[in-house]
Ligand binder design. Structure first.
Ligand code: CP
Ligand code: NVA
Length: 308
């Protein structure tokens, strides 16, 4: 039984297999309506529980559509409406759900919740975002980069802004797929030390640069994310915005990167905050390809989870 909990916890052969499968499925769907079934009905007869303790548009819709296209059914559950939100233990919830469903995707706060669910579940568990990481997103991002520019190995990725959960998964991916990452942001919002250590111990060059214009020099990929994540204290908004304003991705900054550098954002974006509309809607932006690829890559992840 396999869980998909984080990129650094999954072996590279499996990650590559997932990416190849996602690209294959994407091609075979071309020209079909989104509601049409796949030839591949690997989830036929399967029930997948999608648990959300935080809001979501992409994760919710892409998982739901992916399961349906592969012949399965979904049950979308809000954490607040489950007993999990009213004192039932995660372990007992895992034991109970394992008696009903074939797979669980969860978006939650503490990573400990995800890990406990996985420990006590007899069915595969997929990480749909925690305060610490967002592996499905970064698998879609690696797929998107490969589609546009080929292998990401040896390339320079620049992360601007908050060293948050999405940044942590990028660092895990750097260690797995062999790219280098420069973080440009304020010291108070540096990326997780452990994730930087993981990437470095796997041979990636991980740098911290406080000057955004210096950081983006020679960049192949520029990435940012919201300045205030769902788990952050909303009262810190003004302070964080002041700290992060120098790291906005705008056209001037994009011009300092490689000419064919692409721009990524996991979305939802806050236009004119972390990124300008000019960049979001510009020729180098691949943000909606990333969103689409969530669907294809998650289908491959679910199939991988169910394989012997
Ligand atoms: N990128 C992402 O996970 O989006 P949602 O919060 O809409 O699921
Ligand atoms: N860092 C963001 C990502 C949203 C998909 C958050 O956790 O809110």
């Amino acid at each position: 039984m396999k869980h998909f909990l984080d990129i650094n916890k999954t072996n590279l052969d499996d990650l590559n297999r997932i990416l190849e499968q996602a690209k294959k499925t994407k091609i075979t769907r071309t020209g079909f309506s989104n509601g049409a079934p796949d030839q591949n009905q690997a989830l036929s007869g399967k029930m997948v529980a999608l648990i959300f303790e935080k809001p979501s548009t992409r994760t919710r819709v892409s998982f739901d559509m992916g399961v349906r296209q592969m012949g399965g059914q979904t049950m979308v559950l809000s954490g607040a409406e489950m007993q999990i939100g009213h004192g039932e233990s995660i372990a007992d919830t895992a034991r109970v759900l394992s008696r009903y469903v074939d797979m669980i995707m969860i978006r939650t706060f503490a990573e400990a919740t995800l890990l406990e669910l996985a420990e006590y579940s007899n069915v595969p568990v997929i990480n749909g975002l925690t305060d610490r990481s967002h592996p499905c997103q970064i698998m879609a991002d690696i797929m998107t980069f490969q589609e546009k520019h080929g292998s990401i190995s040896g390339k320079k990725v620049v992360w601007l802004g908050d060293g948050n959960n999405v940044c942590t998964s990028f660092l895990h991916a750097a260690g797995k797929f062999g790219f280098n990452l420069t973080f440009a942001g304020p010291e108070a919002l540096n990326p997780e030390i452990e994730a930087m250590g993981y990437a470095r111990s796997n041979g990636s060059v991980i740098e911290i640069e406080r000057d955004a214009s210096k950081a983006v020099k020679d960049a192949d990929l520029i990435v940012t994310d919201t300045w205030l994540s769902m788990h952050d204290d909303q009262a810190a908004r003004a302070r964080r915005h002041n700290l992060l304003r120098p790291y906005q991705v705008n056209s001037e900054l994009m011009k300092m990167a490689n000419k064919d550098a692409i721009f990524m954002h996991c979305l939802p974006a806050h236009r004119e905050e972390e990124v300008t509309s000019e960049v979001m809607d510009g020729a180098n932006s691949v943000v909606f390809d990333e969103a689409e690829n969530r669907l294809h890559v998650q289908k491959a992840i679910m199939q991988w989870c169910l394989e012997e």
